[in-house]
Design a binder for this molecule. Structure first.
Ligand code: PAF
Length: 288
């Protein structure tokens, strides 16, 4: 596996792969890799002739420096996991290398997340999805024409990056299913920050999503009733709820839809101590 330490070198490598008629699968990450990332890499390998991964903890998407400092970092383990799982190239970079045209004394202008950044995450992490769109725009421009793989756990992020890819004309964004622990907890790099005694309590997020799904399967179509089903479970736990919300996944809106729904996504963000967890579930499909 090739390990490159700058976006410029990565750009050159990707261009040379394309010249050799290789198709590129790309998995953007912030490191602290887990089985969720590896499932994205595996899919990228299956669907392309070569694949690459970026590891960059993007300061632009952290509203608070403490959260940035606490973000788990495991570069050596990440590199061996990637090598063992068939990654062809991994690249890193510094903020200055990603934005060479910006004087390091100046702040980097953020690209607004756009319509899909409105509501939910915007309310509780203002600027976060702007920071995501800004770095993913750069990452897409480094890798170029490719297929880029994102996990559905970050549902609103998948909408924002898909919108970005439509705007710039590439890559093809592939959204892959959330990988879960046996308990239902969605895999996330931040899970490693949970204390042992918190691990069972955070599974209430999954239980709340399942409750909404069960109501849907029983014929419930009112967004407020579905929201209350999630809230009841979360309120009985020690989680601090940021949002438990229903949205129409095909017609994103900052505020909840009303009336009889024909499709629905249930979304939750909650805190367990200092750890923020998000998860979501499509209600109108067959998956458990
Ligand atoms: O989902 C992530 O890990 C990050 O938000 C991403 C897409 C790598 C951008 O920094």
């Amino acid at each position: 596996m090739l390990h490159l330490s700058s976006p410029a070198e990565a750009k050159e490598w990707c261009a040379s792969q394309r010249r050799q008629n290789q198709t590129i699968g790309f998995v953007p990450t912030m490191g602290a890799l887990h089985r969720g990332h590896l499932s994205l890499l595996n899919r990228a390998r299956q669907e392309n002739t070569t694949c690459c991964v970026s590891i960059f903890i993007n300061p632009l998407q952290f509203e608070d420096g403490q959260d940035f400092d606490a973000y788990p970092r495991n570069l050596d383990t990440d590199l061996s996991l990637l090598a063992d799982n068939g990654c062809d190239m991994v690249f890193e970079g510094t903020l200055e290398q990603f934005f060479p045209e910006i004087d390091p004394k100046d702040s980097i202008p953020l690209i607004p997340a756009g319509h899909f950044g409105k509501g939910l995450e915007e309310e509780f992490r203002p600027g976060h999805l702007d920071g995501v769109r800004t770095i993913v725009d750069r990452l897409f421009k480094v890798v170029g024409e490719s297929k880029a793989y994102f996990g559905e756990k970050d549902f609103q992020q998948t909408l924002v990056v898909s919108d970005l890819a439509r705007a710039i004309g590439y890559p093809e964004v592939i959204v892959c299913p959330t990988v879960r622990e046996v308990s239902g907890l969605a895999l996330s790099s931040r899970n490693s920050l949970l204390k042992a005694e918190q691990a069972s309590e955070v599974t209430q997020i999954y239980q709340a999503l399942l409750a909404a799904k069960k109501f849907w399967q029983q014929g419930e179509r009112d967004p407020e009733t579905l929201r209350c089903a999630m809230n009841d479970i979360l309120e009985a736990s020690t989680l601090v709820i940021e949002y438990a919300a229903i949205r129409d996944p095909e017609n994103w809106s900052a505020s909840p839809p009303y009336g009889h729904l024909t499709q629905a996504q249930a979304l939750i963000a909650a805190r367990m101590g200092s750890v923020r967890l998000i998860d979501n579930m499509r209600l109108d499909n067959e998956t458990p």
